[in-house]
Design a protein around this ligand. Structure first.
Ligand code: F0G
Length: 438
């Protein structure tokens, strides 16, 4: 078997089929470690490039196209997939100008089957659950993990059990969990408490946990960067900017970059910039304090996806920062919502947490850390339809503490022809003084 589970702290190894989420010796987080030297096929750019345009599974999926560096020894028939990935990489000059750089590309992970990047981790996680023979899977979630898990569990014929905070979930996400047949448990507890609860309940009842503490999730999420770099013809950008909540993506990105570099798929390592909301910034504080004495925070932000105060993947994210010379930034809810309005208004759209990438890039440019000439790859993590309350609240100017500087106010009229024509007629600008008349 070319892969095993390995502790990131003490390197203790465990067989791939052990149901285990932390090292039994030291409590450290686990990686799925691959022995790429034992790969059935040589791992080269052309191996993956030749699969582009594949019409049939597994290689038609933007996750399983990279099977040799995600889950090498899985049989194709065992894979639970919805053809995830294959998301657009948008070069966006107007967003670049807003951030203050010449070149900014946004990888839109909201274009996945359930509208977020979680599908990339769920196809690998649920595939492994099926291989283990699991009947029941569970997660705590701010909404996207649960939507994705409910969908993939339904596809695999498993029960998906969802621990949700009874407030602070975006409506699109809640609707998905219910619609896909998930067992939705609303609990009077925030995400961090629910995360602890789901692990205890899963242990008692023999349920498989599909949060990003599960290392198989992160293997799938690595493909965000495999695919983005393939779209960039394997030319690494200077920076990769990503929102940070439970820090699964940040962790997956560190591993993806290191592996791509080791395998010679990219020639140099980009720097990682992890962006948190000011009200949910435990990594930012830890980074600013020189990584001494980690303190969880009580999280509060309009970007409910990342309303997390005690991220489970902290140590892996710190490792990713070390590997890539990375930085951590924080942005206010105002900055998040303005960046979102910009991304939405150019016709692309995203949910609030996603806009941290652009708001964070802008702040890092202002602070002189990202240079104007640097190439920046940002990740949009979720679809604009996920959180209609936040979008409508912004444009209606009904969000407490937020001034909608890029407001698109709704117009209203009676069913009256003249009134509507008047409303839609271009109104000439008043002429400047002394320039009018004959
Ligand atoms: N963006 C979106 C849209 C998310 O849903 C999440 C996480 C993140 C960013 C942060 O990613 O946790 O890997 O650092 N959502 C999780 C959930 C927590 O339950 O859906 P992370």
């Amino acid at each position: 078997m070319p892969s095993s589970l390995q502790c990131i702290d003490c390197a203790q190894q465990y067989p791939l089929m052990r149901v285990i989420y932390a090292c039994e010796r030291c409590g450290g987080l686990l990686d799925v470690a691959h022995d790429f030297d034992k790969s059935a096929k040589p791992i080269t750019r052309s191996l993956f490039d030749e699969r582009l345009g594949a019409l049939d599974p597994p290689y038609s999926s933007g996750v399983w196209r990279f099977k040799e560096i995600v889950y090498p020894d899985i049989e194709d028939a065992q894979i639970v997939s919805r053809g995830e990935g294959n998301t657009n990489l948008y070069p966006l000059p107007r967003v670049a100008a807003y951030a203050g750089v010449d070149t900014l590309l946004l990888k839109h992970e909201g274009e996945n089957p359930t509208g977020s990047f979680k599908d990339r981790g769920m196809t690998s996680g649920v595939t492994h659950a099926r291989r283990l023979g699991m009947q029941r899977v569970a997660c705590a979630s701010t909404g996207n993990t649960s939507a994705s898990m409910a969908s993939y569990a339904a596809m695999a014929g498993m029960q998906g059990i969802i621990f949700l905070q009874n407030t602070a979930i975006a409506l699109g996400k809640l609707a998905q969990g219910i619609a896909y047949g998930g067992t939705c448990l609303q609990i009077n507890a925030d995400f961090d408490r629910n995360m602890a609860l789901v692990r205890q309940v899963a242990e008692r009842l023999g349920i498989y946990v599909l949060n990003s503490i599960n290392p198989f999730r992160l293997e799938g999420q690595k493909t965000i960067l495999f695919e983005a770099l393939q779209q960039m013809r394997w030319q690494a950008p200077d920076w990769i900017v990503v929102p940070g909540g439970n820090l699964g993506n940040s962790s997956a990105f560190g591993k993806a970059l290191l592996e791509m570099h080791q395998l010679g798929l990219i020639d140099r390592l980009p720097r990682l910039a992890i962006v948190q909301a000011e009200g949910a910034n435990p990594l930012y504080r830890h980074y600013a304090g020189g990584f001494r004495d980690f303190q969880p925070v009580k999280a509060e932000t309009i970007a409910t996806a990342i309303k997390i105060g005690d991220p489970v993947n902290l140590q892996k994210a710190i490792r990713a920062l070390e590997w890539t010379g990375g930085v951590v930034e924080q942005v206010s809810d105002q900055q998040i919502m303005d960046a979102k309005a910009l991304i939405d208004g150019i016709g692309i759209g995203c949910e609030p947490a996603s806009a941290c990438s652009v708001a964070g890039a802008r702040k890092l440019v202002e602070r002189g850390i990202i240079k104007r000439g640097d190439t920046v790859l940002g990740v949009l993590t979720g679809h604009v339809l996920k959180d209609p309350q936040a979008t409508i609240g912004y444009h209606a100017d009904e969000l407490p503490g937020i001034t909608p500087t890029l407001r698109n106010p709704m117009l209203s009229a009676e069913a009256d022809l003249e009134q509507i024509v008047e409303l839609l007629s271009p109104h000439p600008k008043p002429l400047p003084q002394n320039e009018g008349g004959a």
